[in-house]
Write a protein that binds this ligand. Structure first.
Ligand code: CAA
Length: 283
């Protein structure tokens, strides 16, 4: 299957990163969001991130200009109708994703592959509510998308081989590595990473260490590029909490109970870098 044109739903930190790498790899990209400000900010950020790659001799000025020219934006979700592959990267709430699919599906071409960048929601369940469960799968990028090498590909129970191969070929063209994960709660990376972050929050909650000592311990003691609390702020505390709930509900094991302190921060609206306050203060 020949994929030329890619639709990206959501212009947030994942969506703009996905548009960036797809356009740089030569795909035509249509990015949509419900907010014009979000679309403008995303295009500006992609421009700055590509400029940084030019200034570090990673790409040429022509490659940057061509990539920018391949990205178009729209507030109208149905403008994604002529794409060959759609990657949904909206808020990590199942009702939001469902509403997007319901609006989009009647306008998609029959051959179009529909994917979700969900970090933990069941692909099989999302797929079952579409008209194309065999052409639906999980396409999960890591943040920051232009830097991280891995993409998890998650087949739902009905995903066909042609769909998997077509998505794998896209990952190959990006120069990234695909990891095939089975459709169980939070897949591979987040099944391992987010309970580690949750445990770091428990370590803070129980007073075993403070924010600085916990992060320094994991950076210097385990060679992690970021401490777990800094990473939680980077991912978004709401996303971390949502993933813990998916693990707790889906695997019914108390070892996945979300730390009450994580819940409290989310209730306070302290979601990390995106709200300028989380375990660290970015104001
Ligand atoms: N967008 C684009 N490029 C970025 C970037 C961003 N947001 N942040 C950093 N970069 C680039 C820089 O330009 C730089 O590029 P070059 O090597 O070409 O010069 C490179 O990344 C390294 O950046 P810095 O030197 O400024 O900073 P650093 O060495 O501290 O690295 C980091 C920054 C790459 C983010 C590093 O701290 C890191 O790897 N952190 C861990 C990230 C991680 O674990 N991500 C996975 C999160 S889990 C997830 O995403 C799944 C989920 O569903 C929740």
């Amino acid at each position: 299957m020949d994929i030329q044109k890619i639709g990206v739903v959501g212009a947030g930190q994942m969506g703009n990163g996905i548009a960036h790498v797809m356009a740089l790899a030569g795909y035509n990209v249509v990015m949509t969001d419900i907010s014009q400000d979000a679309l403008d900010a995303a295009v500006a950020l992609i421009g700055r991130n590509l400029d940084r790659q030019v200034s570090r001799d990673k790409i040429s000025q022509d490659a940057k200009d061509e990539a920018m020219a391949r990205i178009s934006t729209t507030l109208t979700l149905t403008d994604l109708g002529q794409t060959d592959l759609v990657i949904e990267a909206a808020t990590e709430r199942e009702t939001v994703k469902q509403a997007i699919f319901d609006e989009l599906l009647p306008h998609l071409q029959p051959h179009t592959i529909l994917t979700s960048n969900t970090s933990s929601i069941s692909i099989t369940r999302l797929a079952s509510r579409t008209d194309r469960p065999e052409r639906f799968m999980g396409f999960h990028f890591m943040n920051p998308v232009p830097v991280m090498q891995l993409v998890e590909l998650i087949r739902g129970i009905a995903t066909n081989e042609e769909t998997y191969k077509a998505c794998h070929a896209v990952v190959d063209r990006l120069g990234k590595t695909a990891a095939s994960a089975e459709d169980f709660p939070a897949f591979i990376v987040n099944r391992i990473l987010v309970p580690m972050i949750n445990e770091a929050v428990y370590t803070l909650y129980e007073g075993v260490g403070n924010v600085k000592s916990i992060d320094e311990s994991m950076k210097l003691g385990a060679n992690h590029p970021m401490g777990p609390l800094e990473l939680a702020d980077f991912i978004g505390l709401d996303t971390c909490l949502a993933i813990m709930h998916v693990l707790h509900d889906g695997l019914a094991d108390t070892k996945y109970r979300p730390c009450p302190l994580l819940t409290k921060y989310v209730e306070a609206g302290w979601l990390g870098r995106k709200t300028k306050r989380g375990f660290y203060d970015y104001r």
